[in-house]
Write a new protein. Structure first.
Length: 108
């Protein structure tokens, strides 16, 4: 996984129970200064829907991730792409961004 954190391009890998769990683990490694704000953040549910089944293997996929934190808050984020991993990554990133905003984390 490659992301930009504080203007620095970071690349990391991780293993997990499936590709979304591995993305989540790699992302947590890369967020450094934001780790404290994400300690109680967890993924609760993961749903996939094929939006264009007529496209066969090129179908567009929608991924919805439900997240929660230790304060009892729940939120859902969505990613859409022809690549299920890309759609999952976008939903995951949006969930992290929402959590950081809700915690008033400092902007990099």
């Amino acid at each position: 996984m490659k992301i930009t954190v504080n203007g620095e391009r970071v690349m990391n890998v991780a293993e997990g129970n499936g590709p979304v769990d591995a993305l989540n683990a790699a992302l947590r490694k890369d967020l450094g200064m934001f780790s404290a704000y994400l300690q109680d953040w967890r993924l609760v549910d993961y749903k996939v829907r094929i939006l264009t089944p007529q496209a066969g293997t090129g179908a567009v996929t929608r991924v919805m991730i439900e997240s929660a934190d230790g304060r009892g808050r729940h939120w859902s984020t969505v990613g859409v792409s022809a690549n299920i991993i890309d759609a999952s990554f976008h939903a995951l990133i949006d969930s992290v961004v929402y959590k950081l905003f809700s915690e008033n984390a400092p902007a990099p």
